[in-house]
Ligand binder design. Structure first.
Ligand code: P1T
Length: 381
């Protein structure tokens, strides 16, 4: 099945009980049993829910995995993955990544003995240099949030091969329409389905997709034992969003290309981070592993001024100032004070996350209106 067919049909059949074409929202906490242990495969809704089952089967198909597990948020999904590890185990992560992922490793898992190393993954050799006998997991974000660096998934997986090290790719920024990391050698894929999968800024949900039965069994146990599961209505919303994933992402990528070009030639703008530019240091890798270059763009101002950044952020009319990304509407954000505020300034500056860095999630509106909006916000600096 091709991608555009999978989003609509994979794992989705008319409801067996009624024929309902749209997956029903099974708003129930429990299921009637005929006799103890005699039931239809559903016992209690933390363990299984039919709406969630359909979403999990659809996600497994989109990422070319064997099973998917849904959680109450992207960070809850990350927490389940880290709980595959033992105290003393070490994790190597991209040094540019979502602030909440950094905070979870440094402020939560570190207390239970899981050690994090943050390295520049733009060069896979840096990953190789950080591997030791305790390394059990490599955590890749690509494109990275918010600097839009690209990590060569295949090359990093080769560094981990044969060493009993799992590789997880946070595929939130790309979505499975643009990139399928399991095909490139990764063991796990994480999604904040809050973003492109949901696509309408109306739901918070996370997912993990795997290709190995033994890891699937461990995650199924953790999902039930810890219980950070999403409700059926949220699963329904993500399922509905996924049906148009390819159309939305295709259009958003097209818009982002034009927005990035506009910014790149603007006299008030400094560096524009967008993997679609030939000058982007990993453009060739992006071209190799992605279908298109995504719809996230970040840039700083020629004069690195926090006050000027605040002016731009406060003056856009169509780009809404808000955290999050991946919805149909364009958003604008300030990573240093918003999504990445939990990362110490010194660490942020190391990857180029300046005080004036502005991040755009380009939506599916008419791109001329988006460009006019940015122009009027930049013109009076
Ligand atoms: O918000 P949640 O569903 O828990 O997902 C966390 C998460 C994980 N991974 C990446 C790459 C992310 O960007 C996020 C959430 N990010 C934002 C809210 C943001 O504005 O960047």
């Amino acid at each position: 099945m091709k991608f555009a067919t999978k989003v609509i049909h994979a794992g989705i059949l008319p409801d067996p009980a009624t024929g309902a074409v749209m997956t029903p929202i099974y708003q129930t906490s429990t299921y009637a049993q005929e006799a103890p242990g005699k039931h239809k495969g559903y016992e209690y809704a933390r363990t299984q829910n039919p709406t969630r089952t359909v979403l999990e089967e659809n996600l497994a198909a989109l990422e070319n995995g064997i099973r998917a597990f849904c959680f109450g948020s992207g960070l809850a999904a990350m927490d389940a993955i880290i709980r595959l590890l033992e105290p003393g185990d070490e994790v190597i992560l991209s040094n540019d990544l979502y602030g909440g992922s950094y905070r979870q490793m440094v402020k939560v898992h570190a207390r239970y003995g899981v050690v994090s190393h943050f390295v520049d993954m733009q060069d896979p050799k840096n990953v190789a240099a950080a591997i030791n006998d305790q390394t059990k997991l490599i955590w890749i974000e690509t494109p990275t949030n918010p600097m839009l660096q690209i990590v060569d998934i295949e090359a990093v997986c080769q560094q981990a091969a044969g060493k009993n090290i799992l590789v997880c790719v946070d595929n939130t920024f790309a979505s499975p329409y643009l990139q399928t990391p399991l095909d490139l050698g990764a063991d796990l894929v994480l999604h904040s389905a809050t973003k492109y999968l949901g696509g309408h800024s109306d739901v918070v949900l996370g997912a993990v997709i795997v290709k190995d039965t033994a890891i699937a069994e461990k995650l199924a146990f953790l999902q039930n034992a810890i219980g950070a599961v999403p409700g059926p209505q949220d699963c329904f919303l993500v399922l509905r969003g996924i049906k148009t994933l390819h159309l939305r992402v295709e259009r958003a990528c097209k818009n982002a290309r034009k927005v990035a070009k506009f910014l790149n030639s603007h006299p008030k703008v400094g560096k524009v981070n967008y993997p679609g530019f030939k000058e982007h240091p990993q453009h060739k890798i992006a071209k190799k592993q992605m279908r298109d270059y995504g719809a996230m763009v970040s840039f700083d101002l020629l004069k690195d001024s926090f006050d000027d950044a605040v002016k731009v952020l406060s003056n856009t009319q169509l780009f809404t100032l808000a955290e999050s990304l991946g919805g149909v509407e364009s958003l604008i954000g300030h990573p240093a004070s918003m999504t990445h505020a939990s990362i110490p300034r010194k660490e942020r500056l190391k990857v180029g996350l300046t005080d004036s860095l502005i991040r755009l999630s380009v939506g599916v509106e008419d791109v001329d209106d988006l460009i006019d909006d940015l122009e009027q916000a930049l013109v009076n600096l």
